[in-house]
Write a protein that binds this ligand. Sequence first.
Ligand code: HEM
Length: 124
Amino acid sequence: MAKLIQAAVLGIALTAAIVSAADSAAVETAAPAPADSVQADAAKTFTMEELAGFNGQNGKAAYIAVDGVVYDVTRAKGWKNGKHKGFSAGADVTEEINKKSPHGAKVLKKNPVVGNVAAQPAAD
Ligand code: HEM
């Protein structure tokens, strides 16, 4: 009889442990935000003048804008001092990355998004 009670208690304890493990696993998977949401959460809206200040020169951060999104390339290997293959940070490089680079905009994925650019007045 004592063995039976012991077994029952063990069973209950095991079930409780499994349930709590499943609970914490659920919390863990719910926590990290999807990579894409960084873009949606990007708070700052830069004017072109503000963006120009982030040119990677003299210790400044290096930001580039592509398709209205501002990326921080300060730590990107190929963007030392805000320069890459003759192109400079602190600017909107949508045209350049799409038309003049061999890789296109896909290389931006690994760089942090820091904001958006204000809508541009239509060109004449
Ligand atoms: C002759 C033209 C160019 C060449 C040969 C070139 C080459 C490269 C190479 C080899 C990489 C690293 C490989 C990779 O991460 O996929 C790279 C990364 C990158 N390139 Fe270019 N590129 C050129 C033009 C441009 C232009 C015009 C832009 C935009 C203005 C640009 C923006 C970038 C960015 C944002 C990265 C990612 C940096 C990083 O996260 O490390 N590239 N490029």
